[in-house]
Design a binder for this molecule. Structure first.
Ligand code: FAD
Length: 454
């Protein structure tokens, strides 16, 4: 049986859910198909042994759009915020050092040396021009600042956001605000500080959020609004263009064999999107499937509080690759949000793998929890083995905005222009953060709704 919809969204991660919800709100007859048994994609909160675990993202930056989405969904009162001043640490010479959180703190921080401070002064008062071609994050930081800044702060930050390799990530694609700052102002510091000053209205305070019952609250609320418009355990397998210009998408696993829709929004990872769009135009496939992904293992460990001597006052810590450890960093969940661990216990989450250690994701669960425990125990003065552990391996956790990513997206965009009614949304386009995914999905929904009105 072929079902008809004005818009079909393929993939029910946060990008697809937000897009479908916005389309439904705009009055379109929308259908979302999701291959797995639950919506949410990598957003997944579970309760185990009294611990509230996040198997994917641990929290998110509360953007204005996410807050307004939560208000529309009726879940704004369930949002919780991490302590605003929770310090973040970086591991240097086997000790946890607080990360400077403002330009002034950077100047006085012992983490960077005199020559890096000089480079900052040169940047503030001087003028530089970015190179014509794409530049890696590592090359950019070396050119503008120093190897030490790269090793101690930028590299760990890149691990925290992309689980990426700064030698491969494109500064233009991964951190466009830095490239734009240099292009427009000739200075990173002046360029980055300028927009904040010139923005009208009260300055938005960045917050770190989740929900009382975990990130899943957002998924559940979107799922409830979409209700029967979501088909779970339903995989899109083929796509072709009908004579009338609409798209015919074959499905596997549902009562409906196929859907015919004027607009189709692909909210799937690039390998899936490339496979499907490649059936319409072969060049889509290599363009999309060549986006590399980093694998990440998320290791949640529970300890009795009495066995952890460190105060755990803060967000957690990141680890420079030069430290020689396998963990990329650790989030101190029960310090940030209430209800993450039973009374008298502590929940910590470690991340292993990333673009610089692809072999890690092939280790078994016992090895991974062993690595995280062994590496964090001396740093946090932990005196016992964890009383609880949970490991989730994401073989394709995060898309890498590597050198050439911008050109690749431009070519994909050109191809797409030849197929009116086809749209892309997802974490490989405008940033991997949940807020960036939601923002991009809302923008796509607006485009789709505008096309539907014509
Ligand atoms: C370990 C980890 C930690 C993270 N930490 C943070 C963080 O702290 N803060 C933050 O803001 N972000 C974080 N992120 C990033 C963020 O969570 C993701 O970028 C975002 O959730 C991706 O959403 P998405 O909808 O684009 O993709 P996905 O979540 O990958 O969703 C894609 C969906 O498509 C479905 N699908 C695939 N093939 C088909 C098909 N043929 N037919 C139908 N459906 C299909 C999949 O089942 C999946 O549900 C993290 C990500 C990971 C993995």
């Amino acid at each position: 049986m072929t079902r008809h919809a004005q818009a079909l969204v393929v993939g029910g991660g946060i990008s697809g859910l937000v897009c479908a919800y916005a389309l439904q709100k705009a009055g379109l007859e929308v259908l979302l198909v999701e291959a797995s048994a639950r919506p949410g994609g990598v957003l997944n909160s579970v309760s185990r042994n009294g611990f509230l675990l996040e198997l994917g993202p641990q929290s998110f930056t509360g953007t204005a759009q996410l807050r307004s989405l939560c208000a529309n969904l009726g879940i704004a009162d369930q949002l919780i915020e991490a302590p605003a001043k929770a310090p973040r640490y970086v591991l240097v010479s086997s000790r946890l050092k607080a990360v400077p959180m403002s330009p002034l703190a950077l100047f006085t921080s012992p983490l960077i040396d005199g020559s890096t401070k000089w480079a900052l002064v040169r940047d503030i008062f001087g003028k530089s021009v970015p190179p014509e071609g794409d530049e890696s994050v590592a090359a950019f930081v070396r050119r503008k600042f120093s190897e030490r800044l790269l090793d101690r702060l930028v590299g760990p930050f890149v691990s925290g956001v992309f689980a990426g390799d700064p030698e491969k990530l494109s500064v233009r694609s991964a951190f466009p605000q830095l490239h734009e700052a240099e292009s427009a102002r000739g200075s990173i510091v002046r360029g980055v500080l300028r927009p904040a000053k010139s923005k009208k209205g009260p300055r938005e305070r960045p917050t770190l959020n989740t929900f009382r019952e975990g990130n899943e609250t957002l998924v559940r609320a979107l799922g409830n609004k979409l209700a029967s418009s979501i088909l779970l355990r339903t995989r899109a397998t083929n796509v072709y263009r009908q004579k009338d210009g609409a798209y015919h998408v074959s499905l596997e696993g549902s009562n409906n064999d196929s859907v015919s829709a004027k607009s189709v929004i692909f909210a799937t990872p690039t390998d899936v999107t490339g496979g499907l769009l490649g059936q319409l135009e072969p060049s889509f496939k290599p363009l999309l499937t060549s986006v590399e992904y980093a694998a990440v293992a998320v290791v949640s460990l529970g300890y009795a509080k009495k066995d952890v001597s460190h105060s755990l006052d803060g967000f957690g810590f990141l680890v420079p690759r030069s430290a020689g450890l396998r963990i990329l960093g650790t989030v101190w969940n029960s310090s940030l949000f209430p209800g993450r661990a039973p009374d008298g216990h502590t929940l910590l989450t470690g991340f292993v793998g990333g673009a610089t250690d692809p072999a890690a994701a092939r280790l078994n669960h016992e090895e991974l929890s062993g690595i995280v425990h062994r590496e964090i125990a001396p740093l946090l003065s932990i005196q016992s083995s964890p009383m609880f552990s949970n490991v989730t391996i994401w073989p394709r956790a995060l898309p890498q905005y590597n050198l050439g990513h911008g050109d690749r997206l431009a070519s994909i965009g050109k191809n797409l222009a030849r197929f009116p009614g086809l749209f892309l949304t997802g974490n490989y386009l405008r940033g991997p953060a949940i807020g960036a995914c939601a923002e991009q999905a809302l923008a796509v929904a607006e485009e789709v709704a505008a096309v539907a009105e014509r």
